[in-house]
Design a protein around this ligand. Structure first.
Ligand SMILES: *[C@@H]1O[C@H](CO)[C@@H](O)[C@H](O)[C@H]1NC(C)=O
Ligand SMILES: *[C@@H]1O[C@H](CO)[C@@H](O)[C@H](O)[C@H]1NC(C)=O
Ligand SMILES: *[C@@H]1O[C@H](CO)[C@@H](O)[C@H](O)[C@H]1NC(C)=O
Ligand SMILES: *[C@@H]1O[C@H](CO)[C@@H](O)[C@H](O)[C@H]1NC(C)=O
Length: 509
């Protein structure tokens, strides 16, 4: 029998599964160790960053923001640029949409949610029916193993654990449609797009695969399946063939120990777990291991009352309460503040997300090169649009690595967008009035810029690599080279190194 302390630690370690030695992609939803984040929201749910100096975050309204209920129009600043700038590429990472819990609360009935899709159920979407029938032709697409055996639609009248719900599908149909409109006038993808121009990758979970497909359908309705290849990422970090990094795992373990130490000092939280366990008639550690916040969030997001158990003879019985829920959420928000202060998670995040960022940077460079004046385009084109369908344990470290530590924890169907822009060519010579040189005018290729958006809001100037850029001077956008030098070298200063390899394999000191 392991001690309670050891049992908790063990639970953390096995349930995170960020250590990619086995191809498991399980997220530990909405628990402090996976969260970067959001000291909060203050009053405004639209803002990605909390308003400074506002009052204490309200854990309940913050939780509603996490649900991301698709019942209002959303602001989307994607596709905005100075006139005449050309959009060269867009790379998107999404978190899957609303899903059924991954854990159930002992002794209680699981929330009753129907995971089949139907336009007669809310929330619905004008594209829902055509999406369902289009998915029925999915066998025409190309699927990297093992994706071909993953269902392409949620379809259980009683949701399975972790299954995408109709809400989740609608969230991503909306995301895709939003970006469709944002980029329409930029002609990002030609109508006869080639297989290479559209790059789609997902983890092997049905909720990420289905979320990616819903997004894609909103973005390119009735897309040609035969041109689509869906690629598989076995690690939730999207680290491809560069997953091996011993130092990353050490930072994660240290971060988990910090999280554990921080949690046990919270007497209100401990008392809340004891009360909840008594209500249910289970051991406190049994309840804790069942990660009740995950299931309670699902109740909240679906407007279901919290679970109850009948009165028993040992003092058990009654319902779990909103007040208890608020205590757990409050502690999670406090944990985020402590996490930022200690900086361990940031170090983990830098190493965790380098492979993804490096690939993102490389794709941008390739597209930029292909756009150079006078260049013969490669047959089949470049990856002008890429979609990575991921988890909170992917999006949270990505935000942290970019220096967006104040950003709110990735809600359901969160999206991070990287845009690559090119300014118009400049004709030199006419401007210079010097005799002799001014006669022959020479055209200088435009310059390259990057924009980063989180949930539709432009956060470029909050990132580490562009925070100090003076956007009011000559350049209204952030130069791509800032991002490239950040990814290729500068980001490793956080872990006192100059390269991924050095940081990963240095002996612990
Ligand atoms: C959308 O749903 C949320 C959560 O159920 C609710 O708080 C909010 O008032 C709703 N907004 C609108 C515009 O209906
Ligand atoms: C969902 O499952 C039912 C029963 O297994 C089946 O008849 C139906 O065709 C499925 N629908 C879709 C869209 O896959
Ligand atoms: C980073 O990208 C470059 C290509 O630009 C590649 O040569 C290198 O192997 C990548 N490094 C890692 C660790 O993935
Ligand atoms: C950073 O790395 C350098 C060289 O590897 C080492 O000399 C120095 O002590 C390190 N600094 C810290 C704070 O770890």
């Amino acid at each position: 029998m392991v001690s309670t302390v050891a049992a908790h630690l063990l639970f953390f370690l096995i349930s995170v599964n960020l250590i990619p030695t086995t191809p498991i992609v399980e997220e530990r939803p909405f628990q402090a160790a996976d969260r970067v984040v959001a000291a909060a929201l203050g009053k405004s749910r639209k803002r990605v960053f909390p308003v400074p100096h506002s009052e204490e975050p309200n854990p309940i309204s913050e939780a509603y923001g996490y649900c991301n209920t698709p019942n209002r129009t959303e602001q989307a600043w994607e596709g905005h640029s100075p006139a005449d700038y050309k959009l060269l590429s867009v790379q998107v990472m999404i978190r899957h949409g609303d899903r059924y819990p991954l854990y159930s609360i002992p002794k209680t009935k699981r929330p009753s949610i129907d995971c089949t899709l139907s336009t007669s159920r809310k929330p619905s979407h004008p594209l829902l029916n055509s999406f369902i029938s289009h998915m029925g032709q999915g066998s025409r697409g190309h699927w990297e193993s093992p994706l071909s055996s993953v269902p392409r639609l949620p379809n259980h009248s009683a949701c399975e654990m972790g299954e995408l719900t109709q809400t989740g599908v609608v969230q991503h149909l909306r995301n895709g449609q939003l970006l469709h409109h944002a980029y329409k006038r930029h002609n990002l993808l030609p109508s006869d797009w080639s297989p290479r121009q559209l790059w789609v990758e997902t983890t092997g979970k049905s909720r990420t695969l289905q979320s990616g497909l819903a997004f894609l359908y909103g973005f390119i309705p009735d897309f040609d399946w035969t041109r689509l290849t869906v690629r598989h990422q076995w690690s939730t970090l999207f680290c491809g063939s560069a997953c091996d990094c011993p130092a990353r795992n050490r930072y994660l373990e240290e971060e988990q120990r910090r999280q554990y130490r921080f949690r046990v000092t919270d007497t209100e939280l401990e008392k809340t777990y004891v009360d909840m366990a008594r209500t249910l008639g289970v051991l406190t550690r049994q309840l804790r291991a069942a990660n009740p916040i995950d299931s309670l969030l699902c109740h909240l997001c679906h407007d279901l009352s919290f679970p109850c158990v009948p009165m028993g003879d040992t003092g058990s019985g009654g319902c779990l309460t909103m007040a208890q829920f608020a205590v757990i959420r409050r502690q999670q928000l406090d944990d985020e503040v402590d996490r930022r202060r200690m900086g361990l998670y940031r170090k983990y995040a830098i190493l965790a997300m380098y492979p993804y960022l490096n690939r993102t940077a490389t794709k941008m460079e390739r597209v930029a090169k292909a756009s150079e004046a006078g260049r013969q385009p490669r047959a089949g084109g470049e990856e002008v649009f890429t979609l990575a369908s991921a988890h909170d344990v992917t999006v949270a470290p990505l935000l942290s690595a970019l220096g967006l530590e104040e950003a709110r924890f990735p809600r359901f169907a969160a999206r991070i967008v990287f845009e690559l822009w090119k300014s118009p060519p400049v004709t030199q010579g006419q401007a210079k009035k010097k005799a002799g040189k001014g006669e022959k005018s020479k055209t200088k290729d435009g310059e390259l810029f990057i924009r980063v958006l989180y949930n539709g809001e432009d956060v470029t100037f909050h990132t580490t690599f562009c925070r100090s850029h003076d956007r009011h001077t000559s350049q209204p956008l952030c130069p791509l080279k800032n991002f490239l030098s950040f990814v290729r070298k500068d980001m490793f200063s956080v872990v006192n190194a100059t390269s991924y390899k050095e940081a990963c394999y240095r002996r612990p000191g």
